[in-house]
Design a protein around this ligand. Structure first.
Ligand SMILES: NC(=O)c1ccc[n+]([C@@H]2O[C@H](COP(=O)([O-])OP(=O)(O)OC[C@H]3O[C@@H](n4cnc5c(N)ncnc54)[C@H](O)[C@@H]3O)[C@@H](O)[C@H]2O)c1
Length: 253
């Protein structure tokens, strides 16, 4: 499987350094609007920088997006139209209903697959399974360090209380897990975001109630070195998703 990376920042850097080299997964093409970032990653992995995104699309089996919500909307439809698969990290873009319908329709026509990693949370497997029945409530409480939000405060503050669809617009770089949970549960979930000077990591608590019972998870995420907004676990989850695509067995829901 030949893979191209769209967006060569923190997630892509962790991915390239941690993924095991395998014949079956060849990460070969790199695209970024900041060409230097694409060049840096291409150098590490002996890959190729593309200046025109379409050149990547023509030459890969799968594009891994780790750029931005706007890049998903601008560039991902052309990948799917060519019948190629995608992994999307900027999941917030998918809470736009018109866009969701557009890419689902393209994928149905061309047979391309849209993969969404679990990202920086635990429990997505149980929520997916639970959604076979009735999910009654999902609450994500996210506690972030001031540095991850570019803030300097001395006391805890509540930044946001509302629905996931609103949270991903207000904090497009910070709360992709709210979108992932909404897609998994088929609900516009409840979100609370706090900024807490006492924490040095991004903490996600997820509460789910349904006809199956109740799930509570808490994930204390250490941030990526080059981007305090992004949790290392998000990059690791993309690696495991990629690995899962070539392995003969499928673990979890
Ligand atoms: N799903 C999750 O759990 C999860 C977790 C963390 C981050 N994310 C999201 O993943 C994305 C990448 O995160 P990151 O920490 O690697 O970000 P980053 O800022 O470190 O890197 C993003 C890179 O993409 C490039 N880029 C942005 N828009 C582009 C465009 N339209 N065309 C070409 N290049 C573009 C930037 O120049 C940058 O080099 C972000 O949208 C982030 O919100 C998702």
């Amino acid at each position: 499987m030949i893979v191209g990376i769209l967006g060569c920042g923190a997630i892509a850097n962790v991915l390239i350094r941690k993924i095991e080299n395998k014949e079956e997964i060849l990460i070969k093409y790199f695209y970024d609007r900041d060409i230097e970032k694409a060049e840096n990653l291409a150098r590490v992995s002996n890959g190729t920088v593309v200046l025109d995104f379409q050149d990547m699309v023509d030459n890969v089996d799968l594009v891994l997006e780790s750029a931005s919500q706007s890049s998903v909307k601008e560039l991902i439809p052309q990948v799917l139209k060519k019948g190629k698969d995608v992994i999307i990290m900027s999941v917030g873009a998918l809470l736009d209903n018109d866009f969701w319908n557009e890419i689902n329709n393209i994928s149905k026509k061309t047979g391309s697959k849209i993969h969404i990693p679990s990202g920086a949370i635990a429990g997505l497997d149980a929520i997916k399974a639970g959604s076979v029945g009735e999910i009654k409530k999902v609450l994500l409480t996210t506690r972030k360090s001031p540095s991850s939000l570019g803030m300097n405060i001395i006391e805890e503050e509540i930044l946001f209380v509302g629905k996931a669809s609103e949270a991903v617009k207000r904090f497009p770089l910070n709360i992709n897990v709210a979108a992932t949970l909404s897609i998994a549960s088929n609900l516009d979930i409840d979100v609370k975001i706090l900024v807490d000077p006492k924490v040095d990591r991004n903490i996600h608590q997820v509460l789910v109630e349904g006809d199956f019972g109740r799930v509570i998870t808490e994930t204390e995420n250490l941030p990526c070195e080059s981007n305090p907004k992004t949790s290392i676990l998000a990059a690791y989850s993309a690696i495991q998703l990629l690995n899962g695509l070539i392995e003969p067995f499928n673990l979890g829901t």
